[in-house]
Design a protein around this ligand. Structure first.
Ligand SMILES: Cc1cc2nc3c(=O)[nH]c(=O)nc-3n(C[C@H](O)[C@H](O)[C@H](O)COP(=O)(O)OP(=O)(O)OC[C@H]3O[C@@H](n4cnc5c(N)ncnc54)[C@H](O)[C@@H]3O)c2cc1C
Length: 289
């Protein structure tokens, strides 16, 4: 186990070890996979003690959550609860308290397990992953970093240093709902709507669905159908959920058939829509399982 003192040193170590090394944060996924001999590494680069990666910071229009911040820290953070309550609420329902106390947001995103709650919500919120490697820094959108099941766009020496989330404007409301019967969600659905001053029309929509396929996705067609006067959008909800399901292209697996998941997308889009428009203050919506 190696304990670098900076992100630069960690990136150098990862580059030097190549396939024999792996970055290690909370270890909730990595150690399990190594225990079952699914993954083997000679060197683990522990970034938990690297200064600066464990910060949660609210800026003017965004919230920055460091790569090694644990789910539990997000859930309990006064800043997150105040500025982005939908994120705190979503996090509160991840796994169990032991996993949340150790597992990090960075580890969740970088493992790219398809049944990720944060990935779906962060995609709808337009979050960006800040990444640093040996050759410098870059920013990747959620759809860029998540390439498929257990597959990211990160090179071996690259470290997710923070997730930067645009803070919803006053006119925006957000909800994240999930359906879960086993250890991980069968479906996660995030909806972010911008309302006009009267509250009667939706001026912008972002809808993301996750866990039903290798990676979460959005649908431009669904989002267009979710925009306009409320009554009209309500009439278009079935069409919008059909478009979202087409884009997600659910797979048959142990969580259920593709057809069942398409049905769930319809049910959860309706629920999320009702919840977002239920009159709660913007961004204050609660999760319903
Ligand atoms: C029992 C159980 C239930 C769970 N339920 C849920 C659930 O309901 N919803 C949900 O969303 N998740 C769930 N999870 C997943 C959980 O959120 C993740 O295990 C956790 O967030 C991973 O973080 P970690 O720090 O432990 O990652 P690690 O195990 O340390 O690392 C995971 C992978 O990511 C890489 N990595 C880690 N951090 C970084 C970084 N900063 N930059 C680059 N690469 C990095 C590592 O190299 C490794 O490949 C569950 C997990 C368990 C074990």
């Amino acid at each position: 186990m190696h304990q670098p003192k900076s992100v630069g040193e960690a990136a150098e170590m990862l580059a030097r070890f190549g396939e024999k090394g792996r970055l290690y944060a909370g270890g909730t996924e990595l150690l399990l996979a190594m225990k079952h001999d699914l993954l083997r590494y000679e060197h683990l680069v522990d970034i938990k003690t690297v200064p600066g990666l464990d910060k949660i910071e609210a800026k003017n229009s965004s919230l920055s959550i460091g790569g090694t911040v644990t789910h539990r820290e997000i859930e309990k953070s006064a800043v997150v609860r105040e500025r982005l309550p939908v994120m705190a609420e979503m996090t509160r329902h991840i796994a169990n308290v032991r996993v949340r106390a150790t597992g990090t947001l960075g580890g969740n995103i970088c493992f790219a397990e398809p049944h990720s709650d944060p990935a779906t919500l962060l995609l709808a919120l337009g979050a960006v992953a800040k990444v640093q490697g040996k050759s410098g820094e870059k920013a990747l959108s959620m759809s860029e970093i998540l390439m498929g099941a257990y597959e990211t766009a990160l090179a071996a020496d690259e470290i997710l240093t923070a997730i930067e989330i645009p803070l919803p404007a006053k006119s925006q409301r957000a909800a994240y709902l999930k359906f879960q019967t086993h250890e991980r969600p069968t479906l996660g659905l995030a909806l972010v709507l911008s309302l006009d001053e009267s509250g009667r029309a939706i001026t912008k929509a972002a809808a993301a669905v996750g866990s039903v396929a290798p990676k979460p996705c959005r649908s431009e067609q669904a989002e267009a159908l979710l925009t306009g006067p409320r009554e009209k959008v309500e009439r278009q909800l079935s069409e919008a959920s059909g478009a979202l399901a087409d884009a997600a292209d659910p797979v048959d697996d142990l969580e259920g058939s593709a057809e069942y998941k398409r049905h769930l997308i319809g049910v959860y889009l309706r629920r999320a829509f009702a919840q977002v428009l239920s009159g709660n203050p913007p961004g204050r919506e609660k999760i319903a399982d």
